[in-house]
Design a protein around this ligand. Structure first.
Ligand SMILES: NC(=O)c1ccc[n+]([C@@H]2O[C@H](COP(=O)([O-])OP(=O)(O)OC[C@H]3O[C@@H](n4cnc5c(N)ncnc54)[C@H](OP(=O)(O)O)[C@@H]3O)[C@@H](O)[C@H]2O)c1
Length: 264
């Protein structure tokens, strides 16, 4: 399996480097055959792109979100409809033993401190951070027993460069960074890697309210040295790499996929 994965990935990158595609294109190689991936927030946006990418690589995908209709249109995936921030509902996933846990479900809150209720604060922390704890606690023991596992958690550039009216989200996503590094140390002796991804600005439902406004969209573009928004498959490609044999020596890291935003 490890050799097969390595060859598939290497060929994929060679085609990327030699080709003239505008973006990383999936090459159709089966590098995850026999692996199971559990992807939260797989109904739309980045999570959906990740689920499609891992499934295309041969993984069996368990797709989780609260909206059944979104999951039903994901070909070949096993749909689990639930709120992952609720410990009771999350418990329904305990029958699975994924090799890859991708906790991508998240929600933002664009409010200043004095506008945030305790309930809203708890809700943002719950889906972005507490769900990572619940899911990792559920699936890490199985990964440790099998001596293999990949955990990928979704942070954000907002954890690195907080902005006004994003305090709850910044706190939750910064918490993901700390959780990732600490858990990476606990999991490393068992062959399990734990990493996070910090996306910059991607055109998903989460960003619709800001990107629909031309002036705000242009102000975002001015902050991005590469001069464009991210493409969903650019996050999916990073997850694919982290789950592949090529990513085996990377743990406790955060990968910023932000067009250079946080390099400034
Ligand atoms: N888009 C960006 O530019 C950007 C930048 C930085 C970080 N991120 C992070 O990347 C991740 C994905 O973002 P996105 O832009 O793809 O968001 P999105 O388009 O809003 O999609 C979020 C997905 O998560 C699901 N979800 C939300 N809350 C859930 C819950 N409590 N339980 C189960 N599923 C839940 C949603 O489905 P339901 O609502 O049907 O449950 C949906 O499928 C998030 O963690 C986000 O914070 C995104």
């Amino acid at each position: 399996m490890e050799n097969g994965q390595g060859i598939g990935l290497r060929n994929g990158f060679l085609r990327l480097l030699s080709g003239r595609q505008r973006t990383y294109q999936y090459t159709g190689e089966v590098i995850f055959e026999g692996r199971t991936a559990l992807v939260t927030g797989a109904g739309r946006g980045l999570g959906r792109a990740i689920a499609v990418r891992l499934a295309s690589g041969g993984a069996r995908v368990i797709a989780v979100s609260r909206t059944a209709a979104d999951l039903q249109t994901l070909p070949g995936a096993t749909a689990e409809v639930m709120d992952v921030s609720d410990a009771g509902q999350c418990g329904r996933l305990s029958g699975y033993s994924p090799d890859f846990l991708i906790h991508n479900a998240g929600a933002t809150l664009r409010k200043r401190l004095d506008e945030i209720s305790l309930g809203e604060w708890r809700s943002v922390i719950a889906v972005n951070l507490t769900a990572a704890f619940l899911l990792a606690r559920m699936f890490l023991p199985g990964m440790q027993d099998r001596g293999f596992g990949r955990i990928v958690l979704m942070s954000s550039v907002t954890a690195h460069t907080p902005a006004p009216a994003r305090v709850a989200y910044a706190a939750a996503k910064a918490g993901v960074l700390g959780f990732t590094r600490g858990l990476a140390l606990e999991a490393a002796p068992f062959g399990v890697t734990v990493n996070s991804i910090s996306p910059g600005t991607f055109p998903t439902a989460m960003n619709e309210p800001i990107l629909a406004d031309r002036a705000i969209r242009e102000s975002f573009l001015r902050k991005i040295p590469l001069g464009r928004l991210g493409r969903l498959e650019e996050v999916a490609a990073a997850v694919e790499f982290l789950c592949s044999s090529g990513g085996a020596f990377l743990t406790g890291a955060d990968i910023r996929i932000d067009g250079g935003w946080t390099a400034q």
